[in-house]
Design a protein around this ligand. Sequence first.
Ligand code: SAM
Length: 177
Amino acid sequence: MKQLTHYDIKNKQQKFPITIVCDAIRTPENIGMCFRISESFGVEKIYFHKDSPKLNNRKVIKTARNTINQIDYDFYSDFSKIIHQLKEEGNTIIGIEITDKSINIQDFKFENHEKIVLLLGSERNGIEDVKLMDYTIAIPMYGRNSSINVVHSLAITLYEATNQLAVSKNKNIRVSN
Ligand SMILES: C[S@@+](CC[C@H](N)C(=O)[O-])C[C@H]1O[C@@H](n2cnc3c(N)ncnc32)[C@H](O)[C@@H]1O
């Protein structure tokens, strides 16, 4: 067995109909890591709040590891406006958040939705208005803390969502053959 290097690894470079909205994330490292993980999982676009750390911030650049120019992004100023716009564009809005109505991530059928928005809450206040979400999903935790890092929650969700979407796409290809 040998470890593969950067030069050996050729990924599928597949895109999924997934958009991320970062609700007023304030830590530059989280912005950078959001780019890196989103690029790895074939996310189509990311929206940041206009007051989040700027993309030329040294810590954002360092943690993004050259992915900032590899993924489409935009900024919003009004939370409710951007959510309504994305709904009109046909997206199902899924808040990654612990609420009294949250569905356990393993029980959520991402594959039943054509285009999805994954919405992340800010480090301090969580999602601004959970009532605007079509669904909220939560990641089960087994320690003492009441929440995990926001980008860790994105990474776990992207793994589950893209796994379901990739499997469902392969099933459809087999059926149509
Ligand atoms: C640090 S948490 C927010 C803090 C939280 N509102 C509180 O009680 O103080 C930041 C974000 O990470 C995400 N998050 C953290 N743990 C999560 C979990 N177990 N399930 C789903 N989302 C989670 C959510 O998007 C949340 O808004």
